[in-house]
Design a protein. Structure first.
Length: 146
């Protein structure tokens, strides 16, 4: 497969659609925690606000300045994180890292939409951007919920 064909596969229409329609792009007025993360290789950043009650995410907001892959990941996370507990979010983060690094299984529901990012496995310089939203969410959960 040529390099151009690989890039076309990587930036599929599904990834681009997710990147174009990121939910929860508003910052929260009174978050329980705010975390800003940056991917050093590409400069992508995400700021996550969240609130928790009884260990469950009750509200979530994000400011996303990332490549299409990071935006697609943020889209899946933003659409599914409210109602999840810390264990679910940590499990999704760990599974996404394994999926990208070791061709591990798709992250469990409700984050199984991250499967769309499997073609990025061969692009290690993109992994940090893809991981930003879940890494930031886990850090925020540790402050707000645990």
């Amino acid at each position: 497969m040529t390099a151009n064909a690989d890039m076309i596969k990587l930036y599929s229409s599904r990834i681009l659609a997710l990147a174009a329609d990121i939910p929860r792009l508003q910052r929260l007025e009174a978050p329980g925690a705010t975390v800003k993360r940056r991917a050093p290789l590409c400069g992508s950043t995400i700021t996550v606000d969240l609130t928790c009650e009884d260990g469950t995410v009750t509200d979530y907001g994000q400011d996303v300045k990332a490549c299409a892959l990071g935006q697609a990941a943020a889209s899946v996370v933003g659409a599914n994180i409210v109602g999840c507990d810390g264990a679910q979010v940590r499990s999704a983060r760990d599974a996404l890292a394994l999926m990208l690094k070791e061709d591990g299984p798709t992250p469990p529901a409700p984050f199984d939409g991250l499967e769309v990012l499997r073609p990025a496995q061969d692009y290690k310089n993109r992994h940090a951007s893809i991981m930003l939203s879940l890494d930031a969410a886990v850090e925020a959960l540790e402050t707000a919920c645990d």
